[in-house]
Unconditional design. Structure first.
Length: 819
């Protein structure tokens, strides 16, 4: 097929306009005069989809024909963001499309704003998966991201009376023009029941799993285009369906309720995303979700091996499978089951294939996030997999005994089964044993992994451990999010810059150029004006674009310390109240992020932000100097408006807690300066941009361990620092939110425990903020630092991360970078 000059795929403005109008009338049944903005969006999406799908099928065909090793990225979460603008950029038809619509009086930006994003993830891990699919396509590697087509994604957040209220995310209700329901691609997934042995015709004893229930997974494909590349990644998401719509036996007996029960149960599996981002709760439905999509994915890979003439016994030559955290780690046991039980391979051969196939990325050190399932529950849902895990464990522990004789404590720690008290299956241990490579997501995180949660595995297999520092796609997070900056970059570096961020280095000399600095400031001010308008629209709060925009947007979590930021805000407020002449530069504090619905303290912290805003925003004594905003419903779409307007990026987690962070990269790449601890990728960002362009503060990870080991006493800081005491007392006084009990839990948490050492870092944080204020006062120095941040951040493109995975972990060839 060469569809380059047809109405469906022609790229002139004339062609695009005709295709758009045809879609409006013929596909949507709307006459142009009656069409709504949403109709315009759908018609344009269908128009662009033709271009995308034409590429995707050709790209896919290449993969089959060339039998290259493909990458399967297994992830329970994806956060792709709105697709339309991204495709226009990648296909190089943004300007032609603008012209096509403009010619019939339609504004492209208005149309783009109609798109609702798929919120199929919680935060960093899901967004990273989407950046990686973008980069895989860009560096021309064949890949499929496998996951779940949740009917309801991460909840919509609204703020009512200052509190987070969750709403259902009905992302499919306006139609989804980007997915193709693959009616021919459906997999059966078994659950429950028991196992039996049988003898095959070669006289071998085999195991058969007799399930109590079978569920069908149907494939929905969303193509992901690459920048300046013909390769497309595929996001293949599975929706659960009943195998039979009705249990006819029950139906015939007149038991209608029971007849529909199984259908409802089956469909429930892919109904909703779990909204916890760092807390593991051993919920049966979650285990079922994990097995469901992982099994569908592996069955699909086996089908594709057959389709391209490959051999099951060489599965690992066809596929490199990445486990995005432990959520798909059950895949290790499932691939063993498929190879041994269904394809009759010998155990040892199957195990060699499995280990060569899988690799595992860890995304968190938080102990409460580590997944473990009660053995009872696990065995009732996946009886065959429990047997297989025992089989893997038995052989594995023999290997450990050889390496470390007479070390029972070590055996107990490494075992796939936790036997301290109630018995659990440990998913991280399964992932480690079943993988040939294990990586953390930033240099510090990878080091800490080897010293803490995975120390015993690192001692056993040091060669398995590696680091791949996260990255972000510059297409979405710079080119699309920041068109003003993109214009400057294109002029200075050439049009291809989003495909090769190493060219950003050529901006360095411009940091000293007064004319360029002026243009830079103008771009940034325009971004801030746009955000100010959006803030007013969404919250009613009026903010001044020439104040310092001090931004902390990310999931709300104690370890990320949004409340440390608030202690600073309130200390400034109190300082100005005490001394109206206090030298405080005008600042707008912008917070955003969702709290897990069951996370009590995180929700209180949101209320503390809004209560601080209620107090500060209407107080004439601080007018023109302080504003506090909680931007509701932080998601990818909103983020694209926020990042380019940030002057200061708050990356203030307690050192050792944030695995990497990626918002830190997005803001610095857009010209924000960072205030941060030596945590996650902050360490590498600071190395890259230079210590003089980064506001560092706080304890290091090893100082944190030492302080905790010595018995941390938050009270001593409270007693010895009068500003800290005054600020905390103020929160406890009831002056905020009009109720002295409202923030008692926050105050008590800080004074009696303070698990994330806010009080220990408070003074250092304030000092760093003081330095921020001073540099802000020197506009040229600030701007030059902002330019240098962008110039030196090229390393944090996800293209670089993906090339490292290709080279060191997946052993596949990526298109080399130009430099
Ligand atoms: C079992 C509940 C649960 C759910 C999700 C536990 C943990 C998660 C994720 C691993 C949380 C997450 O998104 N982690 C973030 O991953 C990013 C991408 O690597 C990192 O940049 C962040 O630092 C890390 O918090």
């Amino acid at each position: 097929i060469s569809p380059s000059n047809t109405i469906r795929t022609g790229t002139s403005a004339e062609n695009l306009r005709q295709a758009f109008l045809d879609n409006l009338v013929c596909a949507l049944g709307r006459l142009p005069n009656y069409a709504s903005a949403h109709d315009h969006y759908l018609a344009l999406a269908l128009t662009v989809r033709d271009h995308v799908v034409a590429r995707a099928v050709q790209s896919f065909e290449q993969g089959v024909v060339k039998m290259m090793r493909r990458v399967a990225y297994l992830s329970a979460e994806f956060l792709p963001g709105p697709h339309l603008a991204n495709h226009l950029l990648n296909l190089g038809i943004a300007e032609a499309t603008r012209e096509a619509l403009g010619g019939i009086g339609i504004d492209l930006d208005r149309v783009l704003a109609e798109e609702e994003e798929p919120g199929l993830g919680n935060g960093g891990l899901g967004r990273l998966a989407s950046c990686y699919l973008d980069s895989l396509a860009t560096v021309e590697v064949q890949s499929i991201g496998y996951g779940i087509r949740y009917e309801f994604g991460i909840f919509d957040q609204v703020i009512r009376d200052g509190w987070q209220v969750e709403g259902t995310d009905k992302w499919l209700s306006g139609g989804n023009p980007w997915e193709i329901h693959r009616l021919g691609i459906a997999k059966q997934v078994k659950f429950g029941g028991h196992t039996e042995t049988w003898t095959d015709d070669q006289g071998r004893t085999r195991v058969r799993w007799v399930p109590s229930i079978v569920i069908k997974g149907e494939a929905y494909d969303t193509p992901i285009t690459g920048y300046g590349s013909g390769t497309c990644s595929l996001m293949r998401l599975w929706k659960s369906e009943a195998v039979e719509s009705f249990d006819f036996e029950a139906f015939n007996h007149g038991d209608y309720d029971r007849a529909v029960e199984q259908k409802v149960d089956s469909e429930n599996l892919s109904k909703v995303l779990y909204p916890n981002d760092e807390l593991h709760r051993g919920k049966e439905l979650r285990l079922k979700q994990q097995f469901f999509f992982t099994s569908c994915a592996l069955q699909d890979m086996l089908r594709l091996v057959a389709m391209s003439g490959g051999k099951v016994a060489a599965f690992d030559e066809s596929w490199a499978v990445q486990l995005n955290d432990t959520h798909p780690a059950i895949g290790v046991a499932e691939l063993m089951r498929l190879l041994v039980d269904e394809h009759a391979l010998e155990w040892d051969d199957a195990w060699a294939i499995t280990q060569k196939t899988f690799s595992y990325t860890n995304h968190t050190l938080l102990p409460e996030a580590l997944e473990k399932w009660p053995v009872e529950l696990f065995g009732s849902v996946l009886p065959r997999h429990l047997e297989i895990i025992y089989g893997i464990n038995h052989r594995f522990l023999d290997e450990v005994r050889t390496a470390f004789p007479d070390d029972d404590a070590r055996l107990a720690r490494l075992s796939l089964i936790d036997e301290h008290g109630a018995r659990y299956v440990r998913m991280a241990n399964l992932a480690c044993v079943g993988s040939h490579k294990i990586n953390g997501v930033a240099a510090l995180h990878s080091e800490l992994l080897k010293k803490t949660v995975l120390a015993d595995f690192a001692a056993l297999w040091p060669e398995k451990f590696d680091n791949v520092t996260n990255g972000v796609t510059p297409r979405r997070f710079v080119a699309l999010a920041n068109p003003g900056l993109a214009g400057l970059l294109e002029r200075e570096l050439g049009a291809g810059w989003p495909g090769d961020l190493s060219c950003l280095g050529r901006l360095e000399p411009l940091a000293a150029d007064p004319g360029f600095r002026r243009e830079w400031r103008e771009v940034r001010l325009a971004n801030k004006r746009r955000l100010a308008a959006l803030i007013q629209e969404r919250t009613g709060i009026v903010v001044t674009p020439d104040s310092l925009f001090d931004v902390q947007v990310k999931r709300i979590h104690e370890y990320k310390r949004q409340h440390l930021n608030l202690l600073h805000v309130l200390s400034l407020y109190l300082s100005i109240k005490r001394d109206p002449d206090a030298g405080v530069v005008p600042r707008t504090f912008i917070f955003g992020g969702k709290a897990a619905p069951g996370y009590f303290l995180a929700k209180r912290i949101i209320r503390l932000v809004t209560a601080t805003g209620e107090l500060v925003n209407q107080d004439p004594d601080v007018a023109g100097r302080l504003k506090v905003v909680f931007f509701p419903d932080f998601n990818v779409k909103n983020a694209q408006h926020i990042y380019p307007a940030a002057d200061l990026s708050e990356q203030i987690s307690l050192a050792g807690m944030e695995a990497s962070g990626t918002g830190n990269m997005k803001m610095s790449l857009n010209g924000a300066l960072t205030i941060g601890t030596l945590d996650g990728a902050n360490v590498e960002i600071r190395d890259a941009v230079g210590a003089e362009n980064f506001f560092l503060f706080g304890l290091t990870a090893s100082e944190v361990s030492a302080l905790k080991a010595g018995g941390y006493q938050p009270q001593t800081y409270y007693e010895s620092d009068s500003l800290l005491r005054e600020t905390i007392d103020f929160i406890a006084s009831g002056a905020l939110g009009g109720d002295p009990d409202l923030f008692r839990p926050v105050v008590d948490n800080l004074l009696h425990g303070d698990p994330y050492l806010l009080l220990a870092d408070f003074r250092a944080y304030l000092d760093a903020q003081q330095r921020v204020g001073e540099l802000w006062g020197d506009s040229d120095a600030w701007t030059s630092s902002s330019i240098l941040n962008v110039a030196r951040m090229g390393r944090f493109s996800s293209d670089r991360s993906i090339r490292e995975y290709c080279e060191r972990i997946w052993n596949v060839n990526a298109k080399p970078s130009q430099t």
